[in-house]
Design a protein around this ligand. Sequence first.
Ligand SMILES: [Zn+2]
Length: 425
Amino acid sequence: MGRPTGPGKIESLASNAAPVPRPGARADLAARLFNFDIDDAGVKPEHQDWLRSNVVAAFRRFPGSGLFLQGSASRSGANAHNLDLSRRRVEAVSRFLTGQGVPAGQILTSFTGEELSSSRSGEDERDRAVTAVLLSAPATPVRFRAHAPLDGFEESPDRARQLDRLTIGVGETKEVDLDNGGLVGVLTTGNPAIASVRPSSFPIQRSVTILGTGGGSTLIEARDPSGVVLLARLLVVVKNVVRHSIAIHVVRDNAGHSSQRGTSSIQQIATGMNDLYRRQANVSLVWDGSVNLVTVARDLGDKIESAEGNPSDEWLAVTSLGAPGVRCRVFFVHDFDFTNTAKEELGGVDAIPGRDAMIGDDTPQRLETKATAHEVGHLLGLRHAAPDQLMGTDRVNAGLRISASEADLLNPTPGPPLVIPQIRI
Ligand SMILES: [Zn+2]
């Protein structure tokens, strides 16, 4: 039988001091309901008032909210007894709330007995407590986010529909962040033979790991702890690796015109470009690491003539010296003459798709990787598309990015396209 200790007491906790169920979660409300009677689990009227006006009210307003309750006990008495007492306290609070209409599936409970007691004395009213942390439905919704830039993640242009997309290779794992993941109780995979996600149940970390198990498309859905409310969706597209061989050349002529491009610049371009294609489209550009020095037995002049669509003699003189049997060949040259001066700094190709691209030394350093990746994109069949993509028409200012549609052109996803229900979240 318990020993009465007077009215129930409540203190607000700073959210960072509260036992938030996962690191990084933002608690909207955190409080300690304490001074339970000694050796008793009864929820006192003062606690009930607070729970009604705070927690019950929040769940009425935001049905997708989540609540974390942790029971504790003071140090006096046996350890096992205190553990059981803390369990009964947290269950009593949980029962009170479900009696008020809070969905049981959205309450997560734990109990610590005397383990987390901060007091030195055997009996402290603050230890006879249940701590409540409320994660109310946020103003900004739960949403998948890129964990790292250029990692195959593409945000949905339709923010309301939230069908963000991740491109990933078979057998590959990638991390994806989750905004407001504290509200997520469960992550489900439409087809585990295509992709799986870890962790898949509460508590969800700030980022989750997605494994591409087999080629195809599937949806990962984030739902609230009740499993009823759909909070966010992620389209996962799992691709087999596509490999293309690539050779790199540095060109000079017999009149002293020569590309001054150094090995470190070439290494940087090749690494950046390959990284981009691999992460965004699971396309691997296989380069043996060698740079072929090509000497043309004629004077190429200040600029190599291109004559777009109709390769010039100079262009053919250069490309005839390229490495044989390679899918893509890049020639670094001293300068390259485009008939269209707007394209001047970005090299060029003689056909789409083709095999050969030239990049002039006059390409600004900040654009080197993008320019080379852009031209190689042409070789692999990509054409100019919307701005801000790799093949964007605003090529100088557009970002270094391969869009989802470009990735699908470069490396089609196995299996039938996924029929995605038109659900608005
Ligand atoms: Zn182009």
